[in-house]
Design a protein around this ligand. Structure first.
Ligand SMILES: [Zn+2]
Length: 510
């Protein structure tokens, strides 16, 4: 009977690219998610990995599986363009903004944490900062060196990927071609193109701001090293789940696995399940920070969308599908959120539900109305069959590789069902929200409705909008239509409606 523990939890494991039953290997499941590099504002697209990881966490909690969640904050070592050489992203930003590296890191980390809270992402148990773990990283690299996995060049200490028999399995690299991989950057003396830096030595005559002494001279750790070291330190040498954006599947996670399995040398896979989320597309382009203007969650809020509407937008697509970010889509989810909340307000307060067990207990012993008075099942308990069926559908959806679109559809069905009891419906809504995290129990309608007008904008925001409009006018003059379209999309996302008139463009907020 599926009802005792519910449906078997199944995830799509990038390692092997197949759906697999999830079984915890420890009492507390270790969950590591690659976190932000805090040298600038985080783009909207960069919110998806954390809403996805949060959904995963909620699914595990739903099944009564305790989790320890770690999200790192990269405040050192991430070289520009994700390469192994060149300047550090943090140092570049600090120089540009004339602030110290620490100020930059703290400012943008704080901004990201605020966005996480606005999106109702549960806080991680630990947010390790890479800069706090450099000693351990040096020690880790030393051990790899002792075991013969590395070689030294003037530019640093490199991991020799030809010594790693399973190199590239996660990315399904073809074994013959893998070491001549596409991420080509020229590093003098490197044995294989896929070899990566464990330690990035200072170039002669260039003194880094963030620098540490090491057996390989002054410098900074390579970017991949931090995740292996911090995850093992905080979750144990082996742990169950590692998540990240799909771009990490091709390089960052490949390198994490290579160095970790070389370090452990125990013949076991370092991490059992690798889960990756797809990208958000803006005008069919991956939303990436390198694409120029950073579209932020704060921008959406400025334009009158509630952060929960963005969460709803994300959950409306399966995490392994690409999602098209458009104003029309945001308008639609904002409306849906409003309708949901308006429908649910009369049901409040919702009962407290975190797990399937909680929800079942509520349906079987519905509080004041004793369902089995005198040993006979009462009418009420019989009617809860509808609620039980919805609960089963919710459980089936989340267990099936976090099928949040199906879960949302089930919630809508339950809300529109005339045959479900009010008490049963309350439990179903609370159960759905334990997994969706849309704040269905407390989000106020007035909060959802908050829309700003141009009068609410400060002079800086107005200036930013007008700068974009001027840029668009210029792009059109130059017949650079793709740039003009891109700016139009950005303005659109800010809730700005531009009207072209004979005397030039005018604008208003939608
Ligand atoms: Zn990582």
């Amino acid at each position: 009977m599926a009802w005792v523990t519910g449906h078997q939890l199944r995830f799509f494991n990038s390692l092997g690219r197949r759906l697999e039953d999830f079984t915890p290997s420890t009492d507390v499941v270790g969950l590591y998610s690659c976190g932000p590099t805090v040298y600038s504002y985080q783009h909207l697209g960069n919110m998806r990995p954390y809403v996805f990881a949060d959904t995963l966490r909620r699914a595990l909690r739903w099944k009564g599986i305790p989790v320890r969640a770690v999200i790192n904050i990269t405040d050192v070592g991430h070289a520009i363009a994700d390469s192994d050489t060149g300047e550090d992203k943090l140092e570049v930003a600090a120089a540009k903004e004339r602030r110290s590296v620490e100020e930059i890191a703290e400012f943008y980390a704080e901004d990201w944490l605020e966005a996480m809270a606005a999106l109702n992402v549960q806080p991680a148990d630990v947010y390790p900062r890479a800069s706090d773990y450099v000693d351990q990283m040096i020690e880790f690299a030393k051990q790899l060196e002792d075991k013969g996995y590395t070689y030294q060049l003037p530019s640093g200490l490199y991991f020799d990927t030809s010594k790693s028999p399973g190199y590239g399995t996660l990315a399904m690299m073809d074994i013959a071609g893998q070491r001549e991989g596409t991420r080509v950057e020229v590093v003098e003396g490197r044995k294989n193109k896929s070899d990566f830096a464990l330690w990035r030595a200072e170039e002669p005559g260039v003194r880094r701001v963030m620098r540490w002494n090491s057996p390989w001279g002054w410098g900074a750790p390579g970017w991949h090293l931090e995740c292996s070291v911090m995850s093992m330190t905080l979750l144990g040498e082996h742990f169950d789940i590692h998540t990240g954006g799909i771009d990490h599947r091709e390089l960052h996670h490949v390198n994490e696995i290579a160095q970790s399995e070389a370090y452990l040398e125990d013949g076991r896979p370092w991490v059992r399940y690798w889960l990756h989320n797809e990208f958000i597309l803006l005008d069919a382009q991956k939303i990436a920070k390198s694409a120029g203007h950073t579209l932020r969650l704060a921008d959406l809020v400025e334009s009158g969308y509630h952060p929960m509407a963005y969460r709803l937008f994300l959950l409306g697509g399966h995490y392994r599908s690409q999602l098209d970010f458009t104003t029309a889509a945001m308008d639609a989810v904002q409306k849906t959120l409003r309708r949901l909340i308006a429908r649910i307000v009369p049901l409040r307060p919702l009962p407290h539900v975190e797990t399937l067990t909680d929800a079942l207990a509520l349906l079987r012993h519905p509080g004041t109305a004793d369902a089995t008075a005198g040993g006979t099942v009462t009418r009420e308990a019989t009617e809860d069959k509808a609620a039980l069926a919805y609960l089963d559908a919710i459980d089936a959806a989340i267990a099936n590789d976090l099928a949040t679109p199906k879960l949302l559809a089930t919630l809508q069905d339950a809300l529109g069902d005339a045959d479900i009891t009010t008490e049963g419906l309350k439990v179903v809504v609370a159960a759905a929200d334990a997994l969706l995290g849309l704040r269905l129990g407390d989000l106020g309608l007035s909060e959802v409705d908050q829309r700003r007008t141009a009068e609410d904008l400060d002079s800086e925001q107005v200036a930013a909008i007008e700068r974009l409009i001027a840029e668009r006018t210029q792009a059109r003059k130059e017949k650079n239509w793709s740039r003009a379209d891109q700016i139009r999309a950005e303005l659109d996302a800010l809730g700005v409606q531009v009207t072209d008139t004979p005397t030039g463009p005018t604008w208003q907020l939608r």
